[in-house]
Design a protein. Sequence first.
Length: 410
Amino acid sequence: MTIRNGNKRENTSRTIWIITALLTVLLAFLFADTMKKERMETARLEELFKTQVTEEKQQMQEEQEEINQRLEKEQNDSFYQKLADGFDVRILVTGGSIANGRGSTDAEHTWHALLKNHLQDTYGITAEVDNISMNDNTAYAGYVNIRNHESEKPYDLVIISYGEDDPAANFGLYYEAVVRSAMEKYPDASVICVPESLTGTPTANTGTVEDICEAYGITAAPSVTVFAGTGLLNDNGYPNNAGQEAIMQAVAEAADAGAKDYRGKETLPAERFDEASAYLDAMHYYPADLFTREGNTFTYTPDREISGKVLGMDYDYVTGYNSCSIYITGQWGALGQAVFNNTLTYEDTQTLNSSGKQHLRVMNNWISDWGTYDDQLFTITEQIMISFAEDDTGTRQADSFRGIIVSGQE
């Protein structure tokens, strides 16, 4: 009996041991299998993560490449191509009273403001317009203003509008100087010229503008005949709101045609329309604060010799009759003389769209009304003197003196 019970306990212990061993093996197997699955899942997740990282990195690279390509395209696009491609544009306008929008009822109805709206609405872009036009000035002023104008960013388009008030004999020379100055200073910008004719008929000056545009490979807006209709001018003879709209449509037509043709950038040609325009390649401005004033006479003694071909003066309109003479020490007679008989009142100069009273004009007779040139350079070695009349009008005119401009060899 005792032996049987012992065998029974031994069998039970063996069974328990076997079961324990089997459970241990099973648990070990299950643990190993679990670990294997965990390692496989970890590996799968790591691979998935690497794939996601790679895909995201590739996507970021593709997006950056797309951004870089778009930035490069924006940089290389012409004004017209930027319109077609949906890039923002910056525009510079230079001209006289017509370019300034004189005649409109308010700033929102000037042709350049309307052009800005047209470009933004048509192409879904932002158009920025800087207008440096000066009322009652000619193309010579545009030449000086373009060269003196400072901008933090370059322009995509320069619009030039002169001719209505310019003498025909020397208009082409100064107009070409404006075009060349614009193309040299802003080599990536396109140029649109606006031939001016408030009668709506071709003139010598509108023909000159079109000829210069052809010679330089730039665009002349179809603006000559826009005023052939009636009701486009106000009582003072300037374009009213309807006239402003007509000018805008002509310029917009030129811009839209260029965008449609996907026209590229323009390059400055080697040949000139008028070889005499080379006299205007070099320009230096000498402000009034360099001069010493006694009464209504200004004198300036340069620290180096100054020579030039063309002498201009920068001053403000002053109502009334006045005169000015310019003398250079050691040179017989006056280098330049001018009579000012300005009929504008102060109120006239402060009206809407007026650039103020500033005026730029050539003072010496280097070019006659018949288009002949004085081959003599002037040289300032000691002193130059600017003398206004010694009366109340002369004093006010002297107060408005801003400086002189010397062009040509220097």
